[in-house]
Write a protein that binds this ligand. Structure first.
Ligand code: SF4
Length: 359
């Protein structure tokens, strides 16, 4: 049997979707702002983990203008735990752009949406089809998997040639009359039925026409070349404490966690911070006094990002007095109470340390 015809494929998916879809708040709206929020959040995480973030954002910022007018730190704080903080910054900037340059009106088509910062082809297609019924095909991990298996596409999904092949196929399959439901259906089908590890092939409406099922290739498809191993980084945080308060600084450099707060950082090539380097750092920070002692060294915390693995240790240091003004200014360090720190946006690794050792 050959691969399914577009009309059969679309109607099988839509029928399946009507029976099995999960009830989710962003499916009951045509508001492009709510759809945009949900799609940006769901790029970071699974539905169950993303839902509380969606509810937090829509309750704090019911309109795009509310989000535009929110302080940047507060937006990052609400995003905390999702990772990829540049997406939160783009979200905020784009909300300002829509509110103040476009009079609060979202572009109502794929090409216009694609021009907005932080909105790529996937998100533009999702908003254009869900909010405005434009027949443009979404391509996310779930859709790649369904198409690769059903139509036997063996190209690497991460390669430019592979992406092109999938996009061509997806564009040829989009249902012209119900593009919104079709796009929702194929993504939901990939998330629930045609799952990565144990797809439910036995009760699948596409089983008879599915290339991977007929050829015993379900576990082999989609094909994705192995990612390169990311670099390893070793962070040593000097947690400077003075009278129950802590020195933190905002990360401003072009690096991970830009805009988030952390402690004074010394980075090394290997896991050990040599004693003499630690002493040198302390001398720079508190030149006027006898050097304070390190009160406690934490265990090693590990955090895995897409292209990097971060290992961090925290060295708790009780200062005898405040940092000199010029040193605080040159290092960007500011003194915060514990309750103030709780409100700051922080990388999840910093939060984990604080919850274990400070809060
Ligand atoms: S038969 Fe299995 S692999 Fe093929 S579409 Fe259905 S669930 Fe996916």
């Amino acid at each position: 049997m050959n691969s399914p015809e577009p009309a059969f494929f679309a109607s099988a998916l839509i029928n399946w979707y009507e029976k099995h879809k999960r009830s989710l708040p962003w499916r009951d709206t045509r508001d492009p702002y709510a759809i945009w929020l949900s799609e940006i959040i769901l790029q970071q995480t699974r539905v169950n983990q993303g839902l509380p973030y969606y509810l937090t954002f829509t309750s704090h910022y019911p309109t795009v203008k509310d989000l535009a007018d929110a302080p940047a730190d507060e937006v990052l704080r609400h995003w905390q735990g999702l990772g990829y903080y540049s997406r939160a910054r783009n979200l905020h900037q784009t909300a300002k752009y829509i509110s103040y340059e476009l009079d609060g009106i979202f572009p109502n088509n794929y090409a216009g949406l694609l021009k907005l910062k932080g909105i790529g082809p996937y998100t533009a297609a999702a908003i254009a089809s869900f909010a405005f019924k434009e027949p443009v095909a979404v391509l996310d991990g779930n859709v790649f998997r369904v198409l690769a298996r059903v139509y036997g596409i063996t190209e690497d999904i991460a390669s430019p040639a592979g992406k092109k092949a999938f996009q061509l196929l997806a564009d040829s399959l989009i249902c012209g009359t119900q593009p919104d439901t079709y796009n929702q259906a194929i993504m939901e089908f990939g998330a629930i039925q045609c799952t990565p590890v144990m797809p439910d092939c036995l009760f699948c409406p596409l089983q008879q026409t599915c290339f991977a099922f007929r050829n015993g290739l379900v576990q082999e498809l989609p094909h994705k070349a192995k990612a390169k191993v990311g670099r390893e980084r070793y962070f040593h945080y000097l947690v400077l404490q003075w009278q129950g308060q802590y020195y933190l600084r905002k990360r401003t450099q072009t690096d991970i966690w830009q805009g988030l707060y952390d402690f004074y950082l010394h980075e090394t090539d290997g896991p050990v911070l040599p004693e003499d380097i630690l002493m040198q750092e302390l001398q720079l920070l508190v030149p006027q006094e006898p050097l304070p002692r390190v009160k406690a060294v934490s265990e090693s915390y590990k955090h895995v990002l897409t292209h990097q693995k971060i290992y961090a240790r925290f060295y708790l240091i009780r200062l005898h007095s405040r940092l000199r003004k010029e040193i605080a200014e040159s290092t960007g360090l500011n003194l915060f109470s514990v309750s103030e720190i709780e409100q700051l946006p922080k990388a999840i690794m910093i939060d984990r340390y604080l919850k274990t050792s400070v809060f």
